[in-house]
Design a protein. Sequence first.
Length: 110
Amino acid sequence: MHSDASPADAADCSGVAAGWIADTLVDPISFHRFLHSGLHGTTFSDFLVPTFRTTVFGLIIGVIACFQGMSSSGGTEGVGRSATSSVVLSSLFVILADVILVKLILVFFP
């Protein structure tokens, strides 16, 4: 039997369950009420900004990795250098993009 559940689904469920347990230890609450209060004021726009940021970061990493991979030369040693420079450049550009996106998000989604 094939299951469509992924490790991320298990992590999400574990996170929700751990949050409920932690909340219940402080102030006993039913699981149904915990979920309802957590999702009560959630709208589509709450998911829009994080999804956009993730897309931008993925695009940056993909473009830099493809460019570095296509421009590598020198055999396996060159591929290693390209992979290392790809990780370093991606990290720097993601941090830079995060700073810029935070400023833009604060302007457009106050």
